[in-house]
Design a protein around this ligand. Structure first.
Ligand SMILES: Cc1ncc(COP(=O)(O)O)c(C=O)c1O
Length: 378
């Protein structure tokens, strides 16, 4: 056996869809980008969607649209990928972390308010592993304090929260399409929002800060070729052939989510009774569903590295999500973070291994992972 912790699911019909666009007129900035944006917006029930060439670029654009500037603070969790907070740093923002809640493995909502200062501009909660965080209290606090909420839902495409798809409850929500995610465009990401001003701002940011809309020109329009660069943006454009893959993948999302949930059920029934093994927490509200991007297990009684290596020896390639962001050398050296600052996150990191979870996993592979863990931990 040779089982990775995650893997893309690409079929011949996905490849055909890409090839069709490659044979056509538009490789980039064409109609397939618009069609993909529309398909994602419709799927989650959002008014607007802007696609980017990575989830990180999408977060950067959202932080920009939220108005993050030098000295502004953003509040997030240490148990995330570095991109969540880096995206604010690009704009001169400062990271503030709030420890996680062991009931959800996401940011501890009850501790957010005490971290707020007059400089706080953004809350960036993360739906870790695919667990949709309870966003309502976060939104209420944000509204009270004039703070923008950017939900990092890189792990949660297709999850439901209180009976609605994750994607419309925060001010802006990001999904990533990196190959290990629910759907892939190779690299890519989107922001969905119901806010027209944020939408317009991100569209301009995605393409160098350039606008071609004559209604918003600041100088006199000199001819039909005319465009204006009004702000400093980036080239964060995604290609049409990537979006063709995205559309094809989105059609398979329900099947892929259903398979992830089947695998999770097998893990819960096979591993739940095992001593020294803590399985991922589940939402308590039955209208809220986990999207199982990852299946993070805490090995509480044994050395994590030993377990990691024993699994590897048996052909099971786990991964660790995540080294707490504040402990990265860059964050320690620049902002003075140190071990002990966020003890719950640090203890979580010490014990965590994400075991294989991807829709193409066979039942035989799932059973093999279960029996190997039973042997190692038994
Ligand atoms: C929680 C989280 N945030 C942000 C990102 C960044 O997304 P991307 O890799 O598409 O830039 C990722 C993806 O790895 C992620 O897992």
């Amino acid at each position: 056996m040779n089982i990775p912790y995650a893997r893309q699911w690409i079929e011949e019909d996905d490849i055909e869809r890409i090839a069709k666009v490659l044979r056509g007129d538009w490789l980039t900035q064409g109609p397939t980008v618009d069609a993909f944006e529309q398909a994602i917006a419709e799927y989650v029930g959002a008014s607007y969607c802007v696609a980017f060439n990575s989830g990180t670029a999408a977060l950067h654009a959202a932080m920009y649209a939220a108005g993050v500037k030098t000295g502004d603070e953003i509040i997030t969790t240490p148990i995330t990928f570095v991109a969540t907070s880096n995206s604010a740093l690009y704009l001169g923002g400062h990271p503030k972390f709030v420890d996680i809640d062991p009931e959800t493995d996401c940011i501890d909502i009850s501790k957010i308010e005490q971290a707020v200062t007059p400089a706080t501009k953004v809350f960036a909660p993360v739906d870790y592993a695919g667990f949709p965080i309870d966003i309502d209290p976060i939104m209420r606090l944000a509204r009270d304090k004039g703070i923008v909420v950017i939900e990092d839902a890189a792990h949660a495409l297709g999850a439901d929260r209180n009976g609605k798809k994750v994607g419309t409850q925060a001010d802006m929500t990001m999904f990533s399409f990196h190959p290990v995610k629910h759907i892939t465009t190779g690299e890519g990401g989107v922001i969905v929002t119901n806010n027209e001003a944020f939408y317009k701002s991100m569209k301009v940011f995605r393409t160098h800060g350039i606008t071609k809309e004559s209604a918003s020109f600041r100088l006199e329009e000199e001819g039909p070729w005319y465009y204006e660069m009004q702000v400093l943006g980036f080239n964060y454009r995604i290609t049409d052939f990537q979006c063709a893959l995205g559309i094809s993948q989105l059609e398979k999302l329900p099947a892929s989510l259903a398979r992830r949930r089947q695998i999770a059920e097998k893990y819960y029934s096979g591993l739940n009774a095992l001593k020294g093994v803590r399985l991922p927490p589940l939402p308590k509200n039955n209208q809220t569903t986990h999207a199982f991007h990852l299946f993070p297990v805490l090995f509480t009684d044994k050395d994590r590295k030993e377990i990691f290596l024993s699994l590897k020896e048996k052909g099971i390639f786990g991964q660790v999500h995540y080294i707490p962001v504040h402990l990265q050398p860059y964050y320690r050296e620049r902002f003075g973070f140190k071990p002990g600052d966020f003890p719950i996150s640090e203890a979580f990191y010490q014990k965590e291994i994400s075991i294989p979870m991807f829709p193409k996993m066979s039942d035989e592979e799932v059973d093999y992972v279960i029996s190997t863990i039973q042997t190692i931990c038994g």
